[in-house]
Design a protein around this ligand. Sequence first.
Ligand code: GLU
Ligand code: MG
Length: 467
Amino acid sequence: MTTLADPVPGGRPGDLERVAALTAGLTTRGVHGVVLAYVDTAGVGRVKTIPVARLEAAAAWGVGMSPVFDTFLADDSIVTTDVLGSPDGDLRLYPDLDRLVALAGQPGWAWAPVDRVTQEGEPHPGCSRTFLRRIVARAAGEHGLAFRAAFEVEWVFGLDDAPEGEFVPAVGGPAYGAVRQVGLSDCTADLYAALAAQGVDVDQIHPEYAAGQFEVSVGALDPVAAADRSVLVRQTIRAVARRHGLRVSFSPAVVAEGVGNGGHLHLSCWREGVNLHAGGDGRYGMTAEAESFAAGVLAHLPALTAVTAPSPASYLRLRPSQWAGVFAAWGRETREAALRMVTGTTGRRAQEANMEVKPVDLAANPYLALGCVIAAGLDGLTASRALPEEVTGDPARYGPDEAAALGVRRLPVSLAGAVEEFRTDRVLRAALGPVLADAVTAVRLGEAAAVAGLDDARVAAAYRWTY
Ligand code: GLU
Ligand code: MG
């Protein structure tokens, strides 16, 4: 479980007592540096690093970093809000020592996610990890709910020595093909080893549909831990690939045409150890609460896409009939609906039943995405919102009238369209708070403006190696 308590100047209770042992353990393992990692509003992973000897000071007092990254765009240009984007000010990065891990793919390094705190010792209102901790605490306090979550990770392997900026798949062969598995046999075996050494339980790795594409799915954890894990898994894939002379991209659309990289979110609600998505009286064993939670997510999905699909490149991926889930609808194991209800197999339903949110990609800040999806679900739960009829097959086959009659909405087709939805979504804005909500709006509008007038190929190229 993730501690839901905020870091405090002087150190979280208990941290200083154990940091000496952690430091000694890392030093014995040949670790010299610690990567302090967070994800900015644009979904870009940002880091600072410290020598292992500074870990104790970092646990007690944090490490300085400007708040300006909250309004950085993916190309490192900066937009502003009323309170963010200024060159003034400083924040303290506090590592979560529970998540500190020696990086198997980067010998000599350890890694920890951070929460960001002001110099006055207050939680930074722009900190996405703090936001997710708050939502999880609220769900527990107000609803007695806990969650299990996991992000799938899809990516492509490209040749490192390809001409500047180009994507040349590192391996050929069919989707899910044995040819591809053999082609990157050593690299993916090293990936299994690295993830296992870091305590990441992997369900599976497989060659995916697009050229050079692979996917890893990992075990579910509490939401903050699941978001941390998604960041760690990507750091590991990138590092292992590098050691094999390969380059990776998690961008939603590495090239303009065809199937992109998703970052589907699996989520289930639990009360007192019982999965609310199984064993109930609702459809496919869902409890009434699970149905209402899902209905809340569905209702907010058009606005959620501004958070879960935050890049102009996201909208190259979000096309019908590519399993990206671009219709606000749900269905059992329906891969074209935005919400795919996963019942699990007979005998495992109580453990495995969950819902998969598909219009999520890896340009998304996983803390913001998960926090907003949970906020949307809680809104549905509070309102006892009714889950509409399920869909089967590809909703793309419906004409506009049929879709309207079934209540099936196409999700926004552009980032600007998603921002329009987000701006009027009071539930998401209230959950985020004004600082984060304004940061989301400003960064998305900045991102849309940055690619204005570019054709699809150039949009894909602009973000190809950022994510
Ligand atoms: N690559 C697809 C996407 O963009 C997902 C394929 C799948 O269902 O795993 O989301
Ligand atoms: Mg997949």
